[in-house]
Ligand binder design. Structure first.
Ligand SMILES: [Zn+2]
Length: 171
């Protein structure tokens, strides 16, 4: 018997991510398509955002508006919209890059060893679309002691809704 066309998810094409309400509450794990390439990235992203997320470039420090913002909200992957960080884990590292002590959900971030530039670093990527986000260092403040050093131009900041903190509109 020939194997039927794959209707079910295969591990290579699907990824399980945590979804969040606009107020940052987890609403459940969901299996979604992995996004390997999206033709809209080239046209939709700024040249800098494109080279950071898709070509592993780095924002010049202190250069991208919002890196030091303290406004409450969620930080999503600019490429695919996956929620990655919350303002609640953001801290001022003094580096000129937005820094977080933890991701909002560990499922939503991927890490891998990065040996470029003669350094041994841990690269942080969006788990869904493989966008380069930045690097992870073990010199952060409590409670985790970790510093997720992220490129602002790879992030899409969405402020928490001002009122109605509880109910999310179903879309
Ligand atoms: Zn993404």
């Amino acid at each position: 018997m020939d194997s039927p066309p794959a209707k079910t998810a295969s591990p290579e094409t699907m990824v399980t991510i945590m979804e969040f309400s606009p107020t940052g509450k987890p609403t459940g794990l969901r299996s979604v398509d992995r996004i390997i390439d999206d033709p809209s990235w080239k046209s939709r992203l700024s040249p800098q955002a494109y080279s950071v997320t898709r070509r592993h470039a780095t924002d010049p420090p202190f250069s991208v508006a919002g890196y030091d913002s303290k406004e409450p909200g969620l930080y999503r992957c600019l490429c695919c919209g996956t929620v990655l960080f919350s303002s609640e884990a953001k801290f001022d590292s003094g580096t000129g890059w937005p820094s977080f002590t933890s991701p909002l959900a560990k499922e939503n971030l991927a890490t891998r060893e990065d040996l470029s530039y003669g350094m041994r670093r841990i690269e942080v990527l969006c788990a869904r679309c493989d966008a380069h986000m930045g690097h992870l260092f073990p010199d952060g403040p409590p409670p985790t002691g970790l510093r997720y050093c992220i490129n602002m131009s790879a992030l899409d900041f969405v402020p928490f809704p001002k009122n109605s903190p509880s109910k999310d509109p179903q879309q």
